[in-house]
Design a binder for this molecule. Structure first.
Ligand code: B12
Ligand code: SF4
Length: 505
């Protein structure tokens, strides 16, 4: 082993080069490793290095590394994560490979069962990863004492108790220079010419049953200090030349009293911004805070509206009501903020009825505030085994059934999870209880909707093309004739309108 343990952190490709944003998970881990003094690290980002498997191997060949850490989100990132882990195992059979992130946290058994994965870290890795690096380097703690670690002992799989918790920041900025030139991650978006991705707080204090964030963080959140945010924003502006910010915080307006100091900093920097927010939180903000929100130049808030059905919202423990969605849409309009609402259609129960009801609700919201952006997902509940440990005891498992009435059996291996139908499931794009007719209906509705109301986030399609599509889609939308909009599909193929649910901002 080397004197200072070294880890190579890898972000397998998940998006296009153009849509690459700071790999925040790896930057947080890099900061944690440095802070703990456990070792040193380098980063390979597959969103930027398109031949990231080769690059990973080249770096391992040339440098001394004691471990490879791979961040893995379910869906399209899984196959590249498997490819890089397999390649490392073949070339360096003794080098430990650790997986962390949403996939191994939510599907631990499948991840750790892979012969190419030695360690799966559940939950935030800021404490567990440095501890693992130290343990493998012969130091304390012993493997069995590392929180949230799943590992193999003599061929048996051991799951250590409790996932890690988010770590309060130490006031230092993230080590962006580990990415080479951090300016490569700034992108032209509708917020500005050079938008940067940032996360002021980690975790979320809510426990919505369908949400991976609740499963990861178990209702805990850690906010950034105002001093740190000020330092980060100053760095983005003055060192990187950024002019706008996309905040990936799971729920930006967590508690008003905690957010005001951050908003004051943001108002001083006045860089247009986007964030995730909850309808109830926005409705509860005071007039004074809204004036800060306006001064800080919030442009768009992504709100999980999920459903027009209050009972369903209660059942999934969303904690908001449909009337709050309506009010939030009006409130945003008054304050010059575009609400971007996401909906989960086709739930396992009353699948068709709930879907049609959601379409009607979307139409109502569009009537109230035509600027409202809409993102439509298929409701794909998390497998019971994915829930946070602290939640498993609270609620009995819920069985979901396929079209034939058989209970849905979730994959147990990484190979199965990487199959197209389960990738679609992870992407909230398809579910085993959807028939072809309803699948088509959802697709058609979304096609008509996005042609009738092209997203403002689409900077690529020319204005004339968007106008043309709007006009073409007008009669269908007005009459609710969504079926088989072949002419829109044809025109769309030429224009290639953006899909916010695939590409993000
Ligand atoms: C940025 C982002 C993306 C980026 C890619 C990021 C990248 N890797 O380059 C893009 C836009 C491409 C993306 C895509 C998708 N995403 Co996404 N994404 C996010 C987002 C907004 C931020 C993630 C982030 O950077 N967080 C900041 C870091 C600090 O936190 P973290 O990721 O939790 O990291 C900590 C731990 O996970 C752990 N950890 C992470 N990696 C590792 C690695 C090791 C070795 C260790 C030890 C620990 C560890 O330690 C970290 C530090 O504490 C989250 C929501 C959120 N606010 O977190 C959703 C989120 C992660 N995405 C999600 C999903 C489902 C997707 C999609 C697969 C599907 C979809 N429809 O959204 C798509 C794929 C779309 C497609 N291509 O078809 C879900 C995952 C939940 C789940 N059920 O699995 C989330 C939580 C959104 C949500 N609320 O549902 N996403
Ligand atoms: S849906 Fe939003 S509010 Fe609910 S747990 Fe997930 S991030 Fe938090």
């Amino acid at each position: 082993m080397s004197p200072t343990p070294r880890i190579l952190l890898v972000n397998p490709t998940i998006t296009s080069r153009r849509s690459a944003r700071f790999p925040l998970a790896l930057l947080h881990l890099a900061a944690a490793i440095e802070r703990s003094g456990a070792g040193d690290c380098s980063i390979v980002d597959g969103n930027v290095d398109r031949d990231f498997v080769d690059r990973t191997l080249r770096m391992l060949d040339r440098g001394r590394y004691d471990m490879v850490g791979v961040t893995v989100m379910g869906g399209p990132q899984l196959a590249p994560a498997m490819a890089v882990s397999r390649a490392v195992r073949e070339r360096h059979p003794d080098l430990p490979v650790a997986w962390g992130g949403y996939f191994p946290t939510l599907n631990t058994a499948a991840a750790i069962a892979s012969p190419d994965v030695d360690y799966a870290i559940r939950g935030p890795g800021d404490e567990s990863l440095p501890a693992l690096l130290a343990a493998l380097h012969g130091g304390a703690p012993a493997l069995e004492r590392i929180a949230g670690l799943s590992w193999k002992r003599d061929g048996r799989i051991v799951h250590n108790p409790s996932r890690g918790s988010p770590v309060p920041d130490d006031g230092q900025r993230l080590p962006y220079e580990k990415l080479g030139d951090p300016r490569r991650y700034l992108a032209r978006t509708y917020l500005g010419r050079r938008t940067v991705a940032h996360q002021a707080a980690t975790g979320c204090r809510f426990r919505c049953t369908f949400c991976g964030v609740a499963a990861m963080y178990g209702g805990a959140t850690h906010l950034s200090s105002a001093e740190r945010l000020d330092r980060d924003l100053a760095y983005f502006r003055h060192e990187l030349g950024a002019d706008s910010v996309q905040y990936f915080d799971n729920n930006f307006f967590d508690r008003e009293r905690d957010m005001v100091p951050l908003l004051e900093v943001m108002a001083e920097h006045a860089m247009p911004w986007w964030c995730f927010a909850r309808a109830d939180a926005l409705l509860n903000l005071s007039e004074r805070t809204w004036s800060l929100v306006r001064r800080s130049r919030l442009r768009m808030a992504y709100i999980g509206a999920e459903s027009p059905n209050g009972a369903m919202l209660k059942e999934i423990r969303k904690g908001t009501r449909p009337d709050q969605t309506v009010e939030a849409v009006k409130l945003c309009q008054r304050h010059g903020v575009i609400p971007e609402l996401s909906f989960m259609v086709a739930p396992p129960e009353n699948t068709e009825e709930e879907t049609e009801r959601t379409f009607e609700f979307i139409r109502e919201l569009k009537r109230i505030n035509p600027e409202t952006e809409i993102v439509v997902y298929v409701y794909t509940p998390l497998p019971d085994a994915s829930r946070h440990e602290s939640d498993r005891r609270r609620r009995p498992p819920v069985a979901v059934h396929d079209l034939d009435g058989n209970p849905v059996v979730f994959p147990t291996t990484v190979e199965e999870w990487a199959q197209p139908r389960w990738v679609d499931y992870a992407c909230h794009a398809d579910a085993p209880w959807l028939d072809d007719r309803l699948r088509r209906r959802i697709h058609d509705f979304v096609t008509v909707l996005r042609c009738r109301y092209p997203t403002v986030q689409d900077l690529r399609s020319p204005t004339w093309a968007k106008r043309g599509l709007r006009a073409m889609a007008g009669w269908r939308y007005r009459l609710g004739r969504y079926d088989r909009p072949w002419e829109l599909e044809l025109a769309n193929r030429l224009v290639r309108l953006r899909m916010p649910q695939v590409s993000g901002l």
